[in-house]
Design a protein around this ligand. Structure first.
Ligand code: ADP
Ligand code: 5GP
Length: 210
């Protein structure tokens, strides 16, 4: 999966919390094994069912701060009161395997990536409405009453985040899940099919015509 510069691609997927980006990414990556999701570090507690090293690397505030001081993150941000960051060596590891990297990160992280990785392809996921977003957050986190504050905070932040969609290359509206999966997959595949990313393959084909 190399482009003409010999570099794999970097995709960025953002959405307000609860819009469905994690579920969408999971479904699409099962169909596209040449794309690997970066695993972020976070200081937040794991949700039921989340596994350390798979969903996130769950770390203490001290460990996060230390890695940040050492310049160990490509980007990092405080989101909903917790720290999140993409480890620099994570993208390198994925690219060394010849895979494209998918970063599922917030709008602040996406902004930082844009300034560093100018070729990054950015995708924003919108829920069909605020009501539906609230329903999804309640469905995912609402069973635990201590999450009520966290859900309110996430809904408040969503209002500010949604305006950022104009900064992204693509917009997926996650209403019907299967349709959204098809659209996200189409974007990832189409980017890989861009002529400039295929020069290496095309060169070999042209050689066979000599
Ligand atoms: P995010 O990663 O954006 O915070 P999640 O992927 O955790 O959001 O999704 C939030 C909740 O919404 C989950 O319970 C998920 O199963 C559900 N969900 C995601 N997409 C849809 C959809 N299109 N229709 C209905 N429920 C959805
Ligand atoms: P959650 O706690 O719901 O998993 O994620 C909260 C928000 O943090 C989401 O918008 C998610 O995309 C974002 N996020 C997850 N990992 C990272 C990261 O490494 N960097 C940044 N900037 N945001 C992240």
């Amino acid at each position: 999966m190399l482009n003409e510069a010999g570099e794999p691609l970097c995709f960025v997927l953002s959405a307000p919390s609860g819009a469905g980006k994690t579920t969408l990414a999971h479904a699409v990556l099962q169909r596209l094994p040449q794309i690997t999701r970066t695993i972020s570090w976070t200081t937040r507690d794991p949700r039921p069912g989340e596994k350390d090293g798979i969903d996130y690397i769950f770390v203490t505030q001290d460990a996060f701060d230390e890695n940040e001081t050492l310049g160990g993150f490509v980007e990092s941000a405080v989101v909903h009161g917790n720290n999140y960051g993409t480890p620099e060596n994570e993208i390198r590891r994925i690219h060394d395997d010849g895979h494209d990297a998918l970063m599922v990160i917030d709008v602040q992280g996406a902004e930082a990536v844009r300034t560093q990785l100018i070729d990054a392809v950015t995708i924003f996921v919108l829920p069909p409405s605020q009501k539906v977003l609230e329903k999804r957050l309640n469905g995912r986190d609402g069973a635990d009453p201590t999450n009520e504050k966290s859900i309110c905070r996430r809904l408040g932040v969503a209002v500010a985040e949604i305006d950022h969609f104009v900064r992204y290359d693509y917009l997926v509206i996650n209403d019907d899940f299967n349709q959204a999966v098809r659209e996200l997959e189409a974007i990832l595949v189409a980017e890989r099919c861009k002529q400039r990313h295929r020069l290496h393959q095309a060169g070999k084909i042209l050689e066979s015509f000599q």
